[in-house]
Unconditional design. Structure first.
Length: 322
């Protein structure tokens, strides 16, 4: 997943979560469902396989404006973000430069599944070549697999700090009560982003910053900005937007949201989107009194058996809704 876009002297640096090999390789883990989706012993092989496919997608989208190669590496919020970033860059006249990145697995969380699709969560270090300012630190990566014959795809990535230790391969099985509690946590995240309602967990500075981006005008011409968030895959089945696992200290939940930001200009003023955004969204370009922008938002919350819950990870990316 080309997760980082950094503007430097008019050049967009597109970080490649992959190694130098560009040829896709077969998906490594063998099929054993029902069973644990992913073991720690398999994680390094999975990461290397993903790096290869993702690097191939990066190479293709740097050379041509097609976003279809991303489907070989990503799905869900990650796919939506990569497609939008690629469209916006090409439509905005930016030159894309690949930056090779390697995932260095550090931990794995996984549940048992009786059928596909399956998913697992990994914590990885990120090695950037060349280095990208502000892109250091670990990521939580949610991998998803649709069938035994399908490869593992990245569904979500988010920056993290203080994530609890991963359980053993055979442990960490969640209960329906764990998922119900995670749904309540998701509702609290939505209420915080939409209205500023404080949740019962510790809000890290980055999550607080995101609330500020959604609620405080960032330009002199802006009179007001609001946001409305919902589960990424829809309100009819909110569990589809949750990934919940047991950690050695409690429960770790990773959620994906789709947030629609509405920005309104001050009376007599107009505002405009960044270059390339209008075409990427499929809407008319030019200044307007009101603009909307969808965002894919990912939040991870650790809720320990003892002590206070904390938002251990957050990330957000512009996407095209629908």
């Amino acid at each position: 997943m080309g997760r980082f876009i950094v503007g430097v002297a008019g050049v967009l640096l597109l970080a490649v979560t992959g190694c130098t090999t560009t040829q896709p390789q077969p998906a490594p883990p063998t099929d054993r469902i029902p069973g644990v989706a992913l073991t720690w012993a398999e994680t390094a092989t999975l990461a290397a396989d993903y790096d290869n496919r993702n690097n191939a997608a990066i190479a293709s989208t740097v050379k041509a404006s097609s976003t279809s190669p991303w489907a070989l590496a990503d799905t869900g919020p990650a796919l939506a973000a990569d497609r939008f970033i690629t469209d916006a860059a090409w439509n905005g006249g930016e030159r894309l430069t690949p930056v090779r990145v390697t995932f260095l697995p550090k931990a794995t969380w996984a549940n048992r599944f009786s059928s596909y699709p399956i998913w697992a969560i990994t914590r990885v270090g990120v090695q950037n070549e060349p280095a990208i300012a502000g892109a250091d630190g670990d990521l939580l990566v949610v991998f998803r697999r649709e069938a035994a014959s399908a490869p593992w795809l990245v569904e979500m990535t988010l920056r993290v700090a203080g994530v609890p230790n991963a359980p053993d391969d055979a442990a960490g099985l969640t209960t329906s009560a764990d998922v119900d509690a995670a749904l309540t946590t998701m509702d609290q995240v939505v209420a915080f982003l939409d209205q500023g309602t404080r949740p019962d967990f510790y809000v890290t500075p980055y999550l607080g910053h995101l609330r500020g981006q959604f609620s405080v005008p960032q330009q002199d011409e802006v009179g007001a900005t609001t946001v409305a968030c919902r589960p990424f895959y829809g309100t009819s089945a909110p569990r589809d937007s949750l990934r919940v696992v047991r950690s050695t200290s409690g429960v770790l939940s990773v959620m994906s949201l789709l947030c629609l930001q509405t920005t309104t200009a001050k009376p007599g003023k107009t505002i405009a989107r960044p270059a390339g955004y209008a075409k990427a969204l499929g809407v008319p370009d030019g200044p307007a009194a009101t603009l909307t922008q969808p965002w894919a938002v990912m939040v991870a919350v650790s809720r320990p058996m003892k002590g206070n819950a904390v938002a251990v990870g957050t990330d957000y990316y512009a996407v095209r809704a629908g």
